[in-house]
Design a protein around this ligand. Structure first.
Ligand code: SF4
Ligand code: SF4
Length: 470
């Protein structure tokens, strides 16, 4: 039966390669139109949540970035003061989200990692902030250095280092700039609110970045069902040399590889990134952060996140100080019942939060709180069954993989077979697990496989591009 699915994949792959029927239609192969679960929050304006009495501010953004504390226990800090900095120029700095006293240098747990170095900050009710600093941005190097010093990181699921990406994009001569404003992730609505509330700022930031990338052509990808947003963006971009591209809101359209496929009709090579095909993708939330830091001269100390779920009394889009414990967020928005599950991120790729003292970081896109009768709990409760070879995961996989065969390889610990099945092409979208009628943990098994299978050698292959895409 496994052979049948593999044969089917080959046939599908040949047909897809020959015809590419989705190309040029504002979409990509595979994917799913998920039920709209954004109605709870998409019309709620962005609000700031109160600063809690104690913040646990992570001092490093990623495990592979080394930072040293710039403060000591007992030191008084102003809002925006540097708490930690790195030796490398692109290391993301940590700043104080509020004035206060550093009680201790300790560790905290985040949704993605345990025991992250942090500064425990007892906040004080004074509005004492570091004076704003003006920055002259004349080149991409200036912009990259500014992003790292201001703590700007990618606001997408991966929380990429913006400074490093900008330098790499400039070094490789990546010209098309693609802004991801599709927000295909279910339940998250902060990008949608930014588009509604700040279209002019986003267009200005896109132009600034495109200029720094050597007058790159800019494409602004938006959900084509958001006609109000399309209208306001078009009005704001009337004189700007950029193109607004309406795309079908099929999950996971926001993934950089799929955005490039839908707009430029280029395919990122196996194991590669967007820069390998000469394009630079940036999330609209990241643009908003860059613009905010450039215009105010203040570093990034808060994260925009969507708090939603049927157990939340006041769902909405909130500006939350970095280092706020998740229980403080839930306390502020109110709960209708004791939660059955708390998920950091979206229901497709999010991480279950098991302890309330886990803190909000630069990578926390949202918090979803499920009640005991939530429809989204269905899969969590049901035990896995055996694979029925129904082929749904194969049909949905946007990377064109055979998730059932990869699951089989994971269960047998057959790393060689996993490599031959292109395990590193997995986008981590979670669709295979979502649609599996046997409730098998396919995406999780594939993620574990990816950690064990050596990645393919880096390639700088550049595919042919259609003239219309330029
Ligand atoms: S969706 Fe689940 S049951 Fe169907 S082929 Fe894939 S792994 Fe098997
Ligand atoms: S998680 Fe990976 S294997 Fe599963 S559907 Fe997404 S891209 Fe395909």
């Amino acid at each position: 039966m496994l052979g049948r699915t593999t044969e089917r994949r080959d046939v599908m792959g040949i047909i897809a390669t020959l015809t590419r029927p989705w190309a040029g239609r504002g979409t990509f192969y595979g994917g799913v139109f998920l039920p709209a679960e954004k109605t709870r929050t998409e019309h709620r304006p962005i609000e700031s949540l109160p600063i809690p009495e104690r913040l646990f501010v992570p001092l490093q953004h990623a495990r592979d970035e080394t930072t040293s504390p710039a403060v000591r226990a007992g030191q008084r800090v102003r809002k925006g003061d540097v708490l930690a900095a790195g030796v490398e120029p692109d290391t993301v700095r940590a700043h104080a989200p509020a004035a206060g006293v550093v009680e201790a240098l300790a560790t905290c747990d985040t949704p993605h990692e345990a025991a992250v170095p942090c500064a425990v900050l007892r906040t004080i009710a004074e509005d004492e902030a570091r004076p704003a600093t003006a920055s002259e941005i004349a080149s991409i190097d200036d912009l990259a250095a500014f992003a790292a010093a201001s703590g700007v990181v990618g606001q997408g699921r991966f929380g990429s280092n913006v400074a490093a990406r900008l330098r790499a994009a400039a070094a490789r001569g990546c010209r098309p700039l693609l802004v991801n404003a599709v927000e295909s992730d279910p339940c998250l609505t902060t990008d949608s609110r930014l588009l509604t509330e700040r279209p002019g700022d986003l267009i200005a930031a896109t132009q600034k970045l495109a200029n720094c990338l050597g007058n790159a052509k800019a494409w602004f990808a938006v959900d084509r069902d958001r006609r109000d947003v399309l209208r306001s963006l078009r009005a704001s971009a009337r004189d700007a040399p950029l193109r607004i591209v309406p795309l079908l809101n099929k999950y996971p359209q926001g993934h950089p590889h799929l955005l490039i496929d839908a707009i430029l009709h280029r395919q990122v090579p196996y194991g590669g990134i967007d820069l390998d095909v000469g394009a630079c993708v940036i999330n609209v939330g990241t643009l908003a952060l860059l613009h905010g830091a450039l215009t105010t001269g203040q570093p990034v100390t808060h994260r925009l996140l969507t708090v939603t779920g049927d157990a939340v009394l006041r769902p909405g889009n909130y500006r939350v100080a970095l280092g706020t414990p998740i229980w403080c967020v839930l306390d502020a928005v109110g709960l209708a019942e004791s939660p059955a599950a708390v998920i950091a991120g979206n229901p497709m790729t999010g991480i279950a939060v098991r302890r309330p003292d886990v803190v909000v970081t630069r990578r926390t896109q949202g918090i979803m709180v499920l009640g005991k009768t939530s429809a989204n709990l269905r899969n969590i409760d049901e035990p896995p069954d055996v694979c029925t070879r129904c082929g749904w995961c194969l049909d949905d996989c946007p990377a064109g993989l055979d998730p059932a065969a990869l699951l089989d390889a994971a269960e047998r610990r057959d790393l060689r077979r996993a490599a031959s099945l292109f395990v590193h092409a997995c986008l981590g979208c979670g669709l295979c697990s979502y649609g599996c009628p046997a409730n098998l943990p396919i995406a999780e098994s594939i993620a574990a496989l990816r950690r064990d299978v050596p990645p393919p050698a880096p390639r700088t292959h550049r595919t042919a591009t259609s003239e219309s895409a330029r």
